[in-house]
Design a protein around this ligand. Sequence first.
Ligand code: DAT
Length: 199
Amino acid sequence: MTSPTYRPNILVTGTPGTGKTTTSELIALAVGFQHIEVGKLVKEKQLHNGFDEEFQSWLLDEDKVVDELEPIMQEGGKIIDHHGCDFFPERWFDLVVVLRTDNSVLYPRLKKRNYNTNKITENIECEIMEVVVEEARASYKEEIVKELQSNSLNDMEDNVDWVESWINEFEASGRQPNILGVRPNEDDESDDSDGMDEA
Ligand code: DAT
């Protein structure tokens, strides 16, 4: 007898404008996962400490965001989309996708959003300095971090297909999602509770 499949959780991260929301929505539609855009949730549920006028963004309250999401993540089958990733508990995710975009493509995307100069400069520098990739590599096990190019619609299609295949393989393998942690007696070699690491 096989137990019902417990679906993995995925984080889609990257500099603003790299395509997190669009790609996450397409993945969610393709595989029946729930897509949660953290920026939207922060605004709706007021999980912030006010508005930063200079950078025109909400100053999110990381503890409130984690508390709000914890029970949701426990259900499995979630795609979280956010431009930062170091404050989420490491055990939440089975795959971390970092979207990357060339600056010549990213700049017009940000300009089209009517971002002010500060915000455009900050985001372009962020992409040049590989801030989000570095953050992802520092916060999660290397083998679960996957960098994907997101310059064109073709790339987007390929990225959705890649994640869909990854989910299919994960579920076919019978692997246990990280959020479930290590069950007693299931892994006798492991004494330490490695399900509780904080990023
Ligand atoms: P993010 O959530 O990372 O801020 P988004 O999904 O809102 O990005 O996308 C920003 C804009 O760029 C939106 O108009 C869709 C477009 N876009 C994103 N990724 C793309 C891609 N790979 N090819 C073409 N357009 C893309």
